[in-house]
Design a protein around this ligand. Sequence first.
Ligand code: PLP
Length: 387
Amino acid sequence: MNTKPIAKSEILKELQEYQNQDYKYESGRILGSMCTQAHPFAKEVFIKFLDSNLGDAGLFQGTKHIEDEAIKTIGSFLGNPEVYGNIVTGGTEANLMAMRGARNLAINEKGIKNGEIIVPESAHFSFKKAQDMLGLKVIHAPLDEEYRTSTDFVQDNINKNTVAIVGVAGSTELGVIDPIQELSDISTDKNIHLHVDAAFGGFVIPFLKDLGYHFPDFDFTLPGVDSMTIDPHKMGLAPIPAGCILFKDNKCLDAMAVDTPYLTYKQQSTIVGTRLGASSAAIFALMKYLGREGYAKLAQECMDNTNFLAKGLKDLGYDLVMEPKLNIIGFNHPQLSTEELADELEKRDWRVSMSKCPEAVRIIVMRHIKHENILDLLSDLKDIKNN
Ligand code: PLP
């Protein structure tokens, strides 16, 4: 550390140089990110609440009220406003809390010591962290021909140690929605916790439904769904970090609460101690400001661009892994390997990512990817195809 203070202007200049090395969403060339530019109003509110610490909520009772209201609002478009939960750092923390709550409840109520969870092959890697951090054994259910979890496998592999089963609504790689209704039936029948990871799909599916798109039920309207992850910092347009964990009842939160003797609240269930009130305030404000109509408009724009890109890819002779269900597309070149295709795109200054299951170049058509960016991308893909 420098001994003498350095002028702000000098520090800002140095920071600017570093920031210039970052890719920018507004370039429209980041194709593989589930995050995007936060909405300007959400950023404004976020800054206003930067000092609010929900880890010591007794000092920030107004902000705590905002968090509770945000939870109710999110619950309301996921089928139940009477849910319990927190605005957390992202989908990873939300999934960890869901698995920790389910595990602790199973220990308390069923005496299960060596807990197991069954997750789809398509589940996000946060469940690997749950395995490591919570000592849970993770069993992967294979996917069917539409890349959805095999409910037969789930049914057959539940045993006396199973503490949770997991379905995904908007898978990380392809945006696929698992058969949550069937998982709900299994969960009810076997009395096993069902967690739905809607980190990506949660802020899209309900609003596309408003517009007449058909999706099967995937949320708390199903009796077997016990908890859900939904990320405001993905399609919710909140500043990072903002995830959300919801529980149907507060038993799971109680089961993982630890005493916090020197704080203003007696107990804490979140993984993170000191935590942002700014995320809660930002998503609270943005949900009011955009309303269901605003989120529906956003979802529609992303789907229009997705469908336009999908058609363009097919017209050029690329192979789509499947017709997109949400605003995520997986595709391959008919001759090049996935890696070679990704390299060709990177050479042309596109930032792409690859899916593993199945192997494909993966594009998440977030709101920073505009129609004109897609035209440029298709032109480069035409060039790659012709060479
Ligand atoms: N769950 C799903 C389905 C995801 O797609 C992701 C991230 O892509 C996560 C969880 C983890 O979210 P985060 O990166 O916010 O921790």
